[in-house]
Design a protein around this ligand. Structure first.
Ligand SMILES: [Mg+2]
Length: 270
């Protein structure tokens, strides 16, 4: 896929971890790139698979790192799952979530009653076998499996770590179900973000560090993707091979996006 002319880009869908921040620290040039995009009338959505915290917390943390965005610009699987559950108000979930998200989903919590769904997110605070087995039993009783996202691993500050998808796969394998996924790379997630922006896929650019979520997700809606080498992708060597056919360009970091888009972006401050 080729890079569209900057003049045709109405919105940029930006990943967060590995793209704008790394281990909670801003990647140099991230804030100025966002400013350049805004000065040129380009809308921004932070399309992130963060499934341990609310969009408000993500927004606050980014602000503390010098990356100021309105909370409505933070688009996560939490937003998508809440919209889904609001459309099914009578249905209840068995929750495998962080404490912060369990509180956010409290209105949809099955507690001791019948569960229509098992909702799986970041499992670092979930516990162990007993909690996973309880969720498995709900599935065997007829609950359907929902996954906030299906990432296999993530780049923790001290090394690669198990991500939500590993636990989703465990429950899929045991129950024989296939989960409905809300985050990247699901086409539903990208389509929801495009609808939010009022843009067609050809009018947006997806920017991220992960071929499996950012690039693969962009491909599901035929949007062009730019990969950065600052995160997960760079840590694995950063070579674009035949497995990444939707990638329009690879840049060292988000700081290089304005120059990649070139003359189509106005000069700073204009
Ligand atoms: Mg990332």
């Amino acid at each position: 896929m080729t890079l569209p002319p900057a003049t045709s880009i109405r919105a940029v869908l930006l990943d967060v971890d590995g793209t704008l921040v790394s281990a909670g620290q801003p990647i140099p040039g991230a804030a100025s790139t966002l400013s350049r995009l805004r000065e040129n009338g380009i809308q921004i959505r932070l399309l992130t698979n963060i499934d341990s915290r609310t969009p408000e917390t993500v927004c606050r943390e980014l602000g503390a790192a010098g990356i100021e965005v309105p909370v409505d610009a933070v688009f996560t699987p939490v937003v998508a799952a809440l919209r889904f559950l609001e459309q099914h108000p009578a249905e209840r979930c068995h929750l495998l979530l962080s404490a912060e998200l369990a509180a956010r989903f409290a209105a949809h919590d099955a507690e001791a009653g019948r569960a229509d769904y098992v909702l799986v997110g970041d499992c670092r605070e979930v516990g162990g076998y007993v909690q996973l087995d309880a969720a498995f039993r709900r599935l065997m009783e007829g609950a359907r499996l929902l996954a906030l996202q299906r990432g296999r691993w993530w780049q923790a500050p001290d090394g690669p770590s198990l991500d939500t998808g590993a636990f989703v796969a465990l429950l899929e394998h045991a129950s024989g179900q296939t989960a409905r996924g809300f985050g990247k790379p699901s086409a539903d997630f990208f389509e929801m973000a495009l609808a939010d922006l009022g843009c067609a896929a050809a009018e947006v650019l997806v920017v991220g560090d992960d071929p499996e979520t950012d690039a693969a997700g962009a491909r599901t809606v035929d949007a062009p993707c730019v990969l950065v080498r600052t995160g997960k992708f760079g840590s694995r060597g950063g070579a674009v091979g035949e497995g990444h056919p939707g990638v329009a360009a690879v840049i060292d970091s988000i700081a290089d996006l304005p120059s990649l888009l070139g003359s189509g972006l106005g000069t700073p401050g204009l």
